[in-house]
Design a protein around this ligand. Structure first.
Ligand code: GDP
Ligand code: ZN
Length: 459
């Protein structure tokens, strides 16, 4: 029985400068030769040699990568089959494309442990050796999958599985088109379907990324500045937030003694309050340095609670600060305090800045619940309660989602420009793979391949 030729990336996925696509099987050389341009065909080079050349997409003649290709003929190889290792250096995108080309030209993606399985099947190692390798791999990957799965909550996982299924549906349609290229109307229908579906997937990935940025907030705290003129109630607001919310996460001294960060839990959102030293100080630094100081505090904040006095008229300082706040994309909530006093503030003028206004009387603890709601509204569309069970909070996942978004974006752009459908296909497959990595689908393979390369080197 002749086994199919298998392929996989045999270096750990990620930042590594060099990545290896490894083929093993009866057609390894033939498949590689379809893609390889060098001095000689690989079928003609000596065994156990490294050969310089280029990987080219034979359907477009596009040069994908400059490579060194190791050729090892059976039986003196790890699997006892012909092995070709394509050494790439162009980063994960290129490596994926090379892998994709080997898949497009007759190889099948190796299953976890399959190289070792072959070594065993072909008598290269005995069962106990194979088993110990497999056990090790399995232990590692279970743990890794658990780690990965621990980050992922059920909803996200099924969400991504759904996205992947939809991409597979598009790919199936594309496959039909590639099989029947002579029918123009099939191609048109395929492109229309592809664009339609791919755009929906893109929108959903965008949604996930929105969730992701919320996850980051939950993890790192939302940098928040309490700003305003002297005497409007900043210290009172801070004290209220700190006292009322017993769940202060931590209180850390900053790099300078002046800067103090405090974390308070407001409606489930950890606010990282910036530069509270200035507000806490009885001499009130804000009072001394005024607008300049306020500007500095605003600098690193994502949320600004701009406190004003209901009893005051709108001053030129206020107008200056509000106008500059309105110009940038930070979230601002105007806390119009001291509503227990007589109104002198021009509400209509204030509303003209288009920022949410919450009226409070901190002295009487009024309006503070509304303030919490407003904060939650701004950042979580009011749904912060279920946050822990829904959000992506891992930078690696966020990064993968961003890559997925750009890959499917590429597919859409290509389809719109009538690029040949098998090119579009590559980006769709890539999107599918990247999404798979998010839910840990690929983790085992990476680990195994890493293990294999160690195992190979060690022998
Ligand atoms: P800051 O200078 O902006 O930090 O303002 P403070 O928090 O130190 O408050 C200045 C004064 O306003 C204090 O005497 C507070 O008790 C008082 N104050 C704060 N909030 C209110 C409020 O809602 N109503 C009234 N009437 N007074 C308030
Ligand atoms: Zn103060």
């Amino acid at each position: 029985m002749q086994l199919e030729t298998i392929t996989s990336i045999s270096t750990p996925n990620g930042e590594g400068a060099i990545g290896i696509v490894r083929l093993s099987g009866i057609d390894a050389l033939a498949i590689a030769d379809v893609l390889y341009r060098g001095k000689k065909q690989l079928a003609e080079v000596d065994s156990h040699t490294i050969n310089y050349g280029h990987i080219v997409d034979p359907t477009t003649d596009e040069v994908i990568e400059e490579v060194m290709v190791a050729v090892m003929r059976a039986p003196r190889t790890y699997t006892r089959e012909d092995i070709v290792e394509i050494n790439c250096h162009g980063g994960i995108h290129t490596i994926n494309r090379v892998l994709q080309l080997t898949l497009n030209h007759g190889a099948r993606l190796a299953e976890p442990g399959e190289f070792t399985k072959r070594a065993f099947l072909n008598g290269r190692i005995d069962l106990s050796q194979a088993e110990s390798v497999m056990d090790f791999i399995r232990a590692k990957t279970t743990q890794a999958s658990k780690v990965a799965a621990g980050q992922m909550q059920g909803r996200l996982k099924s969400y991504i599985e759904d996205l992947r299924q939809r991409i597979l549906n598009i790919l199936a349609q594309v496959e039909v088109n590639i099989d029947y290229p002579e029918y123009d109307d099939v191609e048109e229908a395929t492109t229309a379907f592809l664009l339609d579906e791919a755009k929906k997937v893109l929108v959903d990935i965008d949604d996930l990324l929105k969730d992701a940025s919320q996850g980051r907030i939950l993890r790192e705290g939302l940098p928040t500045a309490i700003v305003g003129k002297p005497n409007v109630g900043k210290s009172s607001l801070l004290n209220y937030l700190v006292q009322d919310n017993k769940a202060i996460v931590t209180e850390i001294a900053g790099t300078t003694r002046d800067i103090l960060e405090e974390y308070v839990n407001v409606g489930g959102i950890p606010l990282k309050l910036i530069d509270t030293a200035g507000i806490r100080d009885t001499d009130d630094i804000v009072e001394k340095i005024g607008v300049e100081r306020s500007r500095a505090a605003i600098g690193s904040a994502a949320l600004i609670l701009y406190v004003m006095n209901y009893n005051d008229t709108l001053s030129t300082d206020d107008i200056e600060i509000l106008e500059s706040l309105a110009r940038d994309d930070r979230q601002v909530i105007i806390v119009l305090n001291k509503t227990d006093l007589e109104q002198n503030m021009d509400l209509e003028a204030l509303q003209s800045y288009g920022m949410p206004i919450v009226e409070t009387s901190i002295l009487h603890e009024a309006g503070l619940k509304q303030l919490e709601d407003e904060i939650a509204q701004l950042f979580f569309s009011g749904t912060v309660e279920n946050a822990d069970s829904t959000y992506v909070s891992n930078n690696r996942h966020i990064h993968l989602l961003e890559q997925s978004r750009s890959a499917i974006g590429d597919a859409i752009r290509s389809a719109e420009m009538d690029v040949p459908i098998d090119i579009v296909q590559i980006d769709l497959v890539k999107t599918w793979e990247l999404l798979g990595e998010v839910i840990g689908e690929d983790v085992s393979e990476q680990l195994i391949d890493q293990l294999f390369s160690q195992f190979c080197l060690g022998k």
